[in-house]
Design a protein around this ligand. Structure first.
Ligand code: NAP
Length: 311
């Protein structure tokens, strides 16, 4: 099967010809991939610093949407032709930048018919991450003030929408160019993170000037600044692997995305009913995966990056 990935950790991304999967194990599905997401986390896989369960020659990619092409004999609830999406880690066969993907059915969710393939493909990792980070920082967000730092990004944008849907008042940081989109997500206050005083402005915005109850940090850097914006005894979750040293009773959590088909299914329903949205900023063919990855790493695309896989 055609795939895009690396011959060795640290190697250049190129088109690979890899063995197609054989029949699925009893708990697995084989998925004919229609589109696969590209994120800067794929660069971490490329250089061998995120263990996805397989070694090169390796198709990169950890999220995809496609059509069920084979069903393991003990899989309930899925049939040939079902439209699905998944973050299938640890990998059973190869990564998602490939024509065919093997995934345990427990990590797969149905794609709502109205959701486009590229949106579905780019959704699993940021949606699961945003949900897991928000649930950690704000397990009961209704009535709370929640900061989302890095709301202009795909994951941060989803965190804003989830917090708003769960009844929080959201203070977000974003560039002026992303401000109106982040307001449309429902953020009550949007502050430019280029202003070095933004943590003080977050504190001032929250009732009594005490700071927010909870914070999700979804952009690299600025951990200490985000912490300053949190009220005493509040909670902060970071998804960028740089937890600040806790102070003033603030609880700090370092979140790494966990594969979860059931949780993904619930999030995908919110995509269908419009409570969540995700903007795809760039689409590439599988053969242009190297360029796609470069764009995702430098953050050039305003929105998610997707590889489309024709059949
Ligand atoms: N832990 C995990 O499991 C996990 C999972 C997913 C993602 N991540 C990490 O989370 C980060 C975000 O991922 P993503 O895919 O959502 O990114 P993305 O969509 O590429 O986000 C890029 C946007 O982030 C904003 N940004 C950049 N620097 C910023 C800063 N210093 N302060 C505030 N906002 C800033 C910018 O928005 P503006 O337009 O507002 O400037 C930029 O357009 C990445 O580092 C990624 O590796 C971790």
């Amino acid at each position: 099967m055609r795939a895009a990935g690396v011959d060795a950790f640290g190697g250049d991304v190129r088109v690979l010809e890899l063995a197609a999967p054989v029949s699925p194990a009893p708990d697995e599905l084989v998925i004919s991939v229609c589109a696969a997401g590209v994120g800067n986390w794929d660069e971490i896989v490329r250089v061998g610093e995120w263990d996805v369960g397989r070694k090169p020659p390796l198709a990169l990619g950890v999220e995809a949407a496609g059509v069920v092409a084979a069903v393991g004999e003990e899989v309930p609830g899925f049939a040939l032709g079902d439209e699905v999406l998944t973050h299938p880690l640890p990998l059973r066969h190869q990564g998602t930048w490939a024509e065919l993907l093997v995934a345990p059915a427990a990590l797969v969710a149905r794609k709502p018919a109205a959701v486009p393939w590229d949106t579905a493909a780019a959704f699993p990792v940021p949606a699961l991450t945003a949900d897991q980070a928000l649930s950690e920082a704000a397990p009961s967000p209704a009535g709370e003030w929640v900061l989302v730092h890095g709301a202009g990004g795909v994951t941060g944008g989803l965190a804003v929408q989830l917090a708003v849907a769960r009844g929080a008042t959201v203070v977000a940081t974003a560039s002026p160019s992303s401000e109106s989109r982040v307001r449309d997500y429902g953020a009550g206050v949007v502050l430019d993170y280029h202003d070095p005083d933004w943590p003080a402005r977050v504190r001032a915005a929250a009732p009594g000037g005490r700071g927010v109850d909870a914070a999700v940090k979804a952009a690299r850097g600025g951990a200490a600044s985000a912490l300053q914006a949190v009220a005493d005894d509040g909670r902060l979750a970071t998804i960028t692997g740089d937890p600040p040293t806790p102070e003033r009773g603030v609880t700090v959590a370092n979140i790494y995305v966990e594969a979860d088909g059931e949780r993904l299914a619930g999030l995908a329903e919110s995509l269908e009913d419009g409570r969540l949205s995700l903007n795809v900023g760039a689409r590439f063919a599988l053969a242009d995966a190297a360029t796609a990855l470069q764009g995702a790493v430098t953050g050039r695309a305003a929105g998610a990056t997707v590889l489309t896989v024709p059949h």
